[in-house]
Design a protein around this ligand. Sequence first.
Ligand SMILES: [Zn+2]
Length: 270
Amino acid sequence: MSQFEQEYYEFDEFWNSEEFNNSNRDRIKATFELIPADANSILDVACGNGLFCNFIAAERPQMRVMGLDRSNTALTHVKTEKVQSEITSLPFNEREFDCVSALQVLEHLTVPDFRRAKREIARVAGRYAIISVPYKQRLEDEYTRCPSCRTIFNYDLHLRSFDDRDAAELLSEEGFACVKQVKFGKIIEYAGRKQYQNQFFPENKYRWNSPICPLCGYKDENFLKKIETSNNSAQLKKSLLQCLTKLPKMIWPKVSRDYWIISLYKRKGQ
Ligand SMILES: [Zn+2]
C-alpha cells in the first residue's frame, strides 16, 4: 500500500457524506440479516466509518462488536470497540470472534494482500464469515487517467471483479463453505450505454475522477468540493438533456443487474 493510496482513503468526505450513508443503509441492513442468530461476537474488518458496526450495536446490543480499519479518520465515526490495524495482520487470537465480516474491501487488494487477508479472516473467524464484494463489475467502465503521470486506474481503486463462482469459493481454501448468498443494489441501465459514450464522447472515457493518483500522488484538492458546487448546474443540464432524449430512451433496451454480492460462509465440519 503506497503512501498515496493511504491518503486516498483518508479523505474525510468519503466517510462523512450523507450520500454515502444513504446509499449504503439498505445494503447494511441486508448484510446484517445474514449474521447467524448464534453468533455472539463479530469483527468487521475494514469497517470504514462504522456504518455496519454501529448498526449491529444498535440492533443487537448484547453482541460484542469490534471494528478494525487502517484509517484513523474513518475510525473517529465508529462507536463500538475499535482498533487501527491492517487487514493482512489482524491483532486477534485464532477464532476470537464467532463471525468476521469484510464488506467492500477485498476488491481493493493486490494479489499477495488478497491472499493474506483471506487467511487472516479465516484464522480469526470461529464459525462464520460474511463477505460483500461488487458483483460482475466491469472495472474498465470506471477507469480514469492521471493528468500528471498518465496512469490509468479504476477510480474506486478496485483491482478485481467477482462473479457467482468467485464469491461462492472465496474462502474454500481457507476451510469455509458458502451457505447463503444475496445480491443487492439493483442497477437499471441502458444497454450499450458505455460503448455509446466511448464512441461519441471519447474525451470522457478516462476523465479525471479521483481525489488523488495512487501512483504519483497527483492531487486535486478541490475535486470533492467541485462535485458539490457543480451539482446544481449539472442537475439542470441533465434535466434538459433528459427531455431531449426522452423518446429514444423510451425505446432503448434496458438491462438490469445487481451491484453487490454478499455471501455467508461457515467453517467446514462445524
Ligand atoms: Zn499520477
